[in-house]
Design a protein. Sequence first.
Length: 485
Amino acid sequence: MPDLLIELFSEEIPARMQARAREDLKKLVTDGLVEAGLTYASAGAFSTPRRLVLSVEGLSAESPTLREERKGPKADAPAAAIEGFLRSTGLTRDQLETREDKKGAVLFAVVEKPGRPAPEIVAEVLERTIRTFPWPKSMRWGTGSLRWVRPLQSILCLLSDEAGAEVVPMTLDGLTAGNSTEGHRFMAPARFAVSGFEDYRAKLARAFVMLDASEREQAIWHEATTQAFAQGLEVVPDAALLSEVAGLVEWPVVLMGAIGEDFLGLPPEVLQTSMREHQKFFSVTNPATGRIEKFVTVANRETADHGETILKGNGKVLSARLSDARFFWENDLRTVKTAGLEGMAEGLKQVTFHNRLGSQAARIARIEALAREIAPSSAPPPTSLPRQPAWPRPTCNRRWWASSRNCRARWAATTPARRACPKRWRRPARPITSRSAPPTRCPPTPSRSLWRWPTRSTRWQASGGSAKSPRAARTPLPCDARRWG
């Protein structure tokens, strides 16, 4: 039974689309093969920034012959009815069989559909897959009608078994399927022929291409943590960034650079956000001081100077980004010092929330009014407070209202960080949580111990109930800040 190898080689595919594209390619092709009557043992999809790959093992060589019997009109039916039945089956009158039925003699047609070879089915399924591929965004190029996420440059479609490899005959918008591909864009740009998936994967590795995205992720993380450990530092874990960076490179080369002394005083949130969002850098912290002192970047090639030129260029760009971040951070601190959070929020009067609902400032006013009404009902009576309460105290009503207002006031901040705010309004690094009180994001709570959002479960326990009672639901109360929008 032959194995199928498909590679769709194009310009760089956005990293955020690669995981979904792998699954779509596998599903569309395998479903099409099964519908056409072929079977297979296993299938695997892979991706790099420049290629989508599908490997199907144990594919049947041809589809089975199908024999279908169709019941037609009676033997003495009008000629028009018999002729219509003949046209629908594609047979002649002599090829029909007459069988006795409880209603008399009836005509039957026996239609045999011979099996089709696998190359013919694969070409048909692959062309349909390419033309209907569900990219979130696609484009046309040249004079053709084909749409793809980026210009499609070549198609590799190969059926291989013990006897050898066979190219599936297929032409699509001027692209003819073949048995060759390319390696790394800069380090091994020459084309080379392959004879199967194992040969394909081995030759790609020699051409400086790691085919498996998970392998690239492991290589990046291992090298980054190793370099940081050698200097007594730690890399800040970031699974989403790791997955994105693995989709940007075919041959990851991990480099570590230093952050300028002028920027080490910035809050970690500001540094991490600026490096992560704009430069795709990992943050490296010093466990002794808790500061972010270095960064890790991932290059897509090896260089003669071992990345020194790359780090120098990245350092210049990062300094410009952090200079902007420092300006905004210091500007926000001056604004808070002189005008407070109330003064910072004045600018929200000019920001439209909805053309029929007014500005963001008007929205905040409505949230404050809701907080005043809801907060008293969320706190239990003082007599029912245990020794270590798991909810806000009865005197926290004003704090609920202030938290909702100050959280929204931070929208007017200019600092490019999601959580960059004065420390007294920053949420604890490891908030106290329980099964009945999932942590929320907004509004941020003061850095105090024994602070949790109240839930129906805690309220029921305060009145003498049990957490296992059906009434002790684990969902947050309506006063949960997430419901305020």
